[in-house]
Design a protein. Sequence first.
Length: 158
Amino acid sequence: MKFLLTLFAMIIFSASADAQHYSNEELSNKEIISKAFLEWQNGNGNFFELLNEDAKWEITGSTPYSKIYHSKQELLDDVIIPLNKKLKVKIKPTVRNLFVDKDMVIALWDGEATALDDKPYRSSYSWYMKMKNGKITHVVAFLDGLEFSDIMKRIPVN
């Protein structure tokens, strides 16, 4: 019993020490991103509302979509809206972990959806999101370029 109480005390101390390690801004940024992913997972809200209008979004890799988008609207028009038009069931995110360092929140997450041709769309993502005043100002996004390119080519847009 003494061992369990000691272990419990160590866990509580560790959790509170971790919380003290982060600034209020870091905790706030992490909470904003966590809440947005949760809302998205539950089918509510729009994660991309967190983007500043002039946010930069970089998709890494060597696909035709791998480039820097220079505004929220450019990203929505060139990537997000066309992708969503190819889906019967929209992407549902499952966050594996969130990390925070100063003004950067890093999300490691998996997305799953169903395309219009009833084939699954599954991809893992890592988004590095710079935050300012509760909004996302810059993102570097890593994803499965083959999976993304396949759905973008495979299904024609109406």
